[in-house]
Design a protein around this ligand. Structure first.
Ligand SMILES: CC(C)(COP(=O)(O)OP(=O)(O)OC[C@H]1O[C@@H](n2cnc3c(N)ncnc32)[C@H](O[C@H]2O[C@H](COP(=O)(O)OP(=O)(O)OP(=O)(O)O)[C@@H](O)[C@H]2O)[C@@H]1O)[C@@H](O)C(=O)NCCC(=O)NCCS
Ligand SMILES: Nc1ncnc2[nH]cnc12
Length: 283
């Protein structure tokens, strides 16, 4: 989508929106990802494909743009949280319209929506910590207009007594800040290709995330297989090493066998890429 900037706020909003969409597309194309849609195929999904994920990502550019525009230099308060909630839900409707009702990116709209909003609140110039702290503040605020739905994620969180997407955001995205981003930077510094560094970031997120998509489809057995398998990839030397790639292929087979797909981890990889691309270096 071509957006015409009218002001510096619009120019920043355009940059943030286009970067967020790009991160969704780069995550979707990244291969080989265990159980997930990638450029090889549909993973464990019968209703998803790469072209659907890409169509969904493009449908979200106007949502990210609106979030950035509306949040420009505003403080975190309940009125703003309510506005972000409304724009996020409208984004979910755009996604559903673009995919004929398939849930491709609900978790990504949440994570990236909060990050785009936070970045705009901070004039588009902020460190990774400042962005994640601002996102946590927003996520902790109540949204009085939010519908009360006992979602799949909430059901899995209650049943297995684990944190889900809401807690991840309210805690300042620890799987982005303490897992994905450090792993991405470490692998790059070790000379890994961008593909391998991104896969290592995904593995690092998967080692500890309580991914409610995996829990809903494959229960605690699936979640433990995901966490242990991702840990084994990193322990073997990461995706730049032959041994690491062998472990990754095994993990892919395990996840497919369990019909499990770490959609939450994929969203947090996209959020990691977003922070990597927009945040100022820490001084
Ligand atoms: C806060 C919300 C995200 C709602 O969260 P909740 O947990 O209540 O509900 P869900 O509807 O289940 O969505 C959670 C999605 O978050 C991703 N996720 C899972 N675990 C985690 C985690 N530990 N940390 C972070 N994120 C996590 C995940 O999204 C991905 O998976 C989706 C595909 O799943 P899948 O199971 O394959 O598909 P389904 O069709 O549902 O099932 P099948 O039939 O195929 O089995 C895909 O969307 C990925 O993105 C979870 O699905 C949030 O939605 C909310 O409250 N929004 C309100 C609006 C708002 O305030 N917005 C503000 C910011 S814009
Ligand atoms: N690549 C992917 N495959 C399946 N579900 C996802 N949710 C977000 N990214 C995904």
């Amino acid at each position: 989508m071509k957006l015409q900037p009218q002001s510096s706020a619009d120019a920043v909003a355009q940059r943030l929106a286009q970067t967020a969409t790009r991160c969704l597309i780069d995550e979707a194309r990244l291969s080989p990802k265990p159980g997930l849609v990638d450029s090889r195929g549909n993973g464990a999904h019968s209703d998803l494909s790469l072209s659907l994920m890409e169509r969904s990502a493009h449908s979200l550019t106007p949502t990210f743009f609106a979030l950035a525009q509306q949040c420009w230099r505003r403080p975190a308060d309940v009125a703003l949280r309510q506005l972000i909630g409304r724009l996020g839900r409208e984004g979910e409707q755009s996604m559903m319209a673009a995919t004929n009702g398939v849930n491709t990116h609900r978790g990504a709209i949440w994570a990236l929506g909060l990050m785009v909003s936070s970045c705009a609140m901070l004039s588009g110039h902020a460190t990774a910590s400042a962005i994640s702290e601002q996102a946590a503040r927003l996520a902790q605020l109540p949204d009085p207009a939010a519908p009360t739905v006992f979602s799949k994620g909430l059901r899995a969180s209650h049943r297995y007594r684990v944190p889900g997407a809401r807690e991840e955001a309210a805690q300042g995205f620890p799987h982005v800040m303490k897992r994905g981003l450090p792993a991405l930077l470490h692998s790059r510094a070790q000379g890994a290709s961008e593909q391998h560094a991104m896969l290592d970031a995904l593995m690092s997120i998967m080692t500890t995330l309580s991914d409610t998509c995996v829990l809903s489809r494959a229960g605690m057995v699936g979640l433990e297989a995901m966490q242990q398998g991702a840990g084994a990839v990193l322990k073997a030397g990461g995706c730049a090493s032959h041994a690491g790639r062998q472990q990754l292929a095994e993990l892919d087979q395990t996840m497919l066998g369990l019909n499990a797909s770490p959609g939450g981890a994929a969203d947090l990889l996209a959020a990691t890429l977003f922070i990597d691309r927009v945040a100022l270096p820490a001084s």
